[in-house]
Design a protein around this ligand. Structure first.
Ligand code: 2BA
Length: 111
């Protein structure tokens, strides 16, 4: 058995979960925060058999959009501390679709 951790944009989580559930995958949704932007995102946990892992990733890929995000350094505590400046600088970064980790599950039980 495998456990898929997928960090997705909070704007996409509804669609991703809907389509996973439609194909009978169980999902746990956890509220999380990115360490760089320090804004909320969603971490999904999906426990499934090894042969289903690629299908889970496909569904997540299909429903997680990449998007551009603008950062003003004075609004971003981590960047501001790296390059303190009295002048606000705008940076464009690309975020999403999803960051996925797949790990082995040693034991799975429902009691
Ligand atoms: P954040 O850490 O808030 O990162 C948001 C976006 O900021 C990243 O998008 C990336 O485009 C940019 N970014 C992150 N760290 C950076 C840095 N040191 N320098 C320049 N730009 C940086 P994504 O790569 O799509 O990541 C989205 C979210 O997924 C991350 O939010 C974090 O919560 C998670 N994540 C990504 N890679 C991870 C990893 N290796 N381990 C754990 N979580 C990860």
């Amino acid at each position: 058995m495998k456990l898929v951790f997928a960090i997705v944009n909070s704007e996409d989580d509804h669609l991703v979960i809907k389509h996973l559930n439609k194909e009978k995958f169980s999902v746990t949704k956890m509220a999380s925060t990115g360490g760089f932007l320090r804004v909320g995102n969603t971490t999904l946990l999906v426990g499934t058999s090894e042969e289903n892992v690629e299908r889970v990733i496909e569904i997540i890929r299909e429903h997680s959009k990449r998007r551009k995000q603008f950062l003003v350094n004075s609004e971003q505590p981590y960047m501001a501390s790296l390059a303190p400046s009295p002048v606000a600088q705008t940076n464009e970064i690309e975020v999403g679709g999803a960051t996925i980790f797949v790990v082995d599950v040693e034991k799975f039980e429902k009691v």
